[in-house]
Design a protein around this ligand. Sequence first.
Ligand code: MLT
Length: 327
Amino acid sequence: MKNLKRNLTIAGASLAVFTHAAWAQFPDKPVTLVVPFAAGGPSDKIARDLAEALRKPLGQTIIVDNTAGAGGTIGAARVARAKPDGYTLLVHHIGLATAPALYKKLPYNTLTDFEYLGLINEAPSVLIGRTTLAANNLSELRKWMADSDGRVNLANAGVGSASHLCGLMLQSALKSKMTTVPYKGTAPAMTDLIGGQVDLMCEQATNAVPQIEGNKVKVYGVSSTDRLALPSLAQTPTLSEAGLPGFNVTVWHGLYAPRGTPPDVLARLNAAMRTALKDPDLIKRQEALGLRVVTDSRLAPAGHKTFVQGEMERWTKVIKDSGETAE
Ligand code: MLT
């Protein structure tokens, strides 16, 4: 009996050493970042910047995998079900926090099925319109909308997309219903806005800034509390300044692992992410699109999770008031 106990203790100790050694080597193969949206879109651009900057601190290839569909819920569900070993991670935006209020049934729980690794960036959106719109600022736009007798088309990148959410907040702030036109992603929505087939879109700066700078769309205001720190948009007011006091929609992206990922692996990933977010090339690329890399307490898992909980509460009211639901 004594011997059995001793053997078990030795076996337990070796397992602990083995486990520790295994995690100490993490990662010893490529890591996959799942992006729950299409390639070429705003989330994909951010994930690819992060993947590039993570390569050095993790010493491994980082693969970006676009698992798009259903407002990001398909990709999120994939990561929630993935092996919790740190090799499959999720880069998701604000939609992770808003999906529980929007979707009747979700295949994961936003708060309990993921390990929170840290917030990556904040991405303001901008209200943009087709170039042929007569209105040149928000008050002219409001007048034009009032005269249009409800026939205003507002494009978005699909139910649950950031542009859909910004559109909901916009209609609530304007106390006016528009005809929302959901597209299969940001690219076709932007193509139709540029072509004049739809009137307006509240789109992430990542996607909108190049079109504004190329004079392909008109810009009416920035959705966040601060103007964009870009010379080309220095004169563009926030929507709050332009007549919608308190308006604030800021898209953000975070990094997640499946629930149950070992703490050592999470710590290694968080440290690598912090290093990556200090990479001057990444910062430069993000800033050129009007995005802000996170540098505050939301870089830590606890701060990240508390922030997401706050966003869930804030958006639940907006979504419920709008009456929008998704299957
Ligand atoms: C994307 O990358 O396609 C977007 O982040 C989608 C969206 O607007 O939510």
